[in-house]
Design a protein around this ligand. Structure first.
Ligand SMILES: NC(=O)c1ccc[n+]([C@@H]2O[C@H](COP(=O)([O-])OP(=O)(O)OC[C@H]3O[C@@H](n4cnc5c(N)ncnc54)[C@H](O)[C@@H]3O)[C@@H](O)[C@H]2O)c1
Length: 356
């Protein structure tokens, strides 16, 4: 059975919609029948760039809803809620980009409404389905790391590290909510949960510092203030006591990006080239002198990679009622950790997740 899908928000800055298109095209059960962008020119440019028919362009959200069985939301964070609510009124399942909204409270409200509506609601937090995450997950499931006590992850984007990039919706609190701390932090929190929740428990508390190092940007006719963070450093403690340090930035070059998870039996790390290394402890506890490079195998890849897997799950949730973890509720739970990070930075203190 094939389903029709529509994308709302085709892209102006990063244009994540193109990534969604690849996911949709990787799953034959989906057919992209409609797109809508509040700026029609964005939609026109997008169909041309992606060799799609102009006929799929809709002139309103209502027009799009009439032509689809499900909706993907790829707009700025502030508008997610409005579009999702309208879709739910039409009983249309929604796959929404992250973060769900501009703060935890809005996200939770929307998640509760989605739950009450009883309509499939799926978050676009795709990092767990990248092949490297599958390699690492497999290692953890095979208990190759033992009890994990240390986790370190630097993630970011360098595009707007250029101060000449003008002011965008993501640099303003009212349209984005928090900045880098949420943008990348949501993915990082998802990965911690995906990799470690079963063996280390929940995230218990958070300590963070947020900064804005490019405070002004060019607007069309003037200079405007950046009103959220472009660099964040977070320390998290998990239920088993493990310590996680996260660095998320919109400014730094990507060379230093990477991930490291260390346990009582072994350590796995991934560098900015995506190379994954595993080092065991030898008898007695010292680190082995040799380190093995782990290769990505076919079983670690999904058709259409991370987005393909998401669109498969989304489809199966709608058609077969298959369970899925990446719900709006899950997105709201991740947003709670980010809310705690923002609060921690504001008050200069450690914040328990239970305080939020
Ligand atoms: N999962 C990821 O890895 C990832 C990566 C990048 C962006 N994102 C998320 O995707 C979303 C979009 O980000 P982007 O960088 O692609 O944005 P973008 O600026 O490239 O595109 C947003 C588009 O939405 C349109 N739009 C805004 N409000 C609208 C409305 N009410 N109705 C219809 N169209 C509307 C804009 O005109 C624009 O074309 C954000 O929530 C962002 O956080 C996720």
């Amino acid at each position: 059975m094939s389903l029709r899908i529509g994308i709302v928000g085709t892209g102006r800055t990063i244009g994540v919609a193109t990534d969604h298109l690849k996911g949709i095209q990787a799953v034959p059960q989906w057919e992209l029948t409609a797109i809508y962008d509040i700026v029609q020119e964005h939609a026109e440019r997008w169909v041309e760039k992606n060799n799609l028919s102009k006929d799929i362009i809709c002139l309103s959200l209502t027009d799009l809803f009439d032509k689809v069985d499900a909706v993907s939301i790829c707009t700025d964070n502030l508008s997610h809620g409005m579009i999702a609510r309208e879709a739910f009124k039409r009983k249309l399942p929604v796959l929404c980009e992250k973060p769900l909204s501009i703060n935890y409270y809005e996200s939770k409200l929307l998640a509760d409404e989605a739950e009450a509506a009883g309509i499939v609601n799926y978050m676009g937090m795709q990092y767990r389905y990248h092949p490297y995450a599958q390699v690492i997950k497999e290692l953890i499931q095979a208990d190759e790391l033992g009890e994990v006590f240390s986790y370190r992850h630097k993630l970011g984007g360098s595009r707007i590290g250029n101060p000449n990039v003008g002011l965008e919706w993501r640099m303003k609190k009212e349209t984005s909510g928090p900045g880098a701390v949420a943008d990348f932090g949501i993915h990082q929190v998802d990965l911690i949960s995906y990799f470690l929740q079963e063996i280390c428990g929940e995230i218990k508390n958070v300590q963070a510092e947020l900064g804005t190092f490019i405070p002004y940007r060019q607007t069309e006719h003037d200079i405007g203030a950046v009103t959220n963070d472009d660099l964040a450093v977070i320390i998290l403690r998990l239920e088993n006591g493990a310590l996680c340090t996260l660095n998320n930035s919109r400014l730094l070059p990507s060379e230093g990006d990477g991930l490291e998870i260390v346990g009582t039996k072994g350590a796995v790390s991934m560098n900015s080239h995506g190379e994954i290394f595993f080092r065991k402890r030898v008898e007695g506890g010292a680190w082995a002198s040799e380190c093995t490079q782990l290769k990505i195998q076919e079983r670690h890849r999904f058709s259409g990679l991370a987005r393909g897997k998401q669109y498969t799950e989304f489809y199966e949730a709608i058609v077969q009622g298959a369970p899925y973890e990446l719900s709006f509720e899950y997105g709201a739970k991740a947003a709670k950790v980010i809310e705690a990070a923002v609060l921690s930075s504001g008050i200069g203190k450690r914040v328990s997740i239970s305080e939020i």
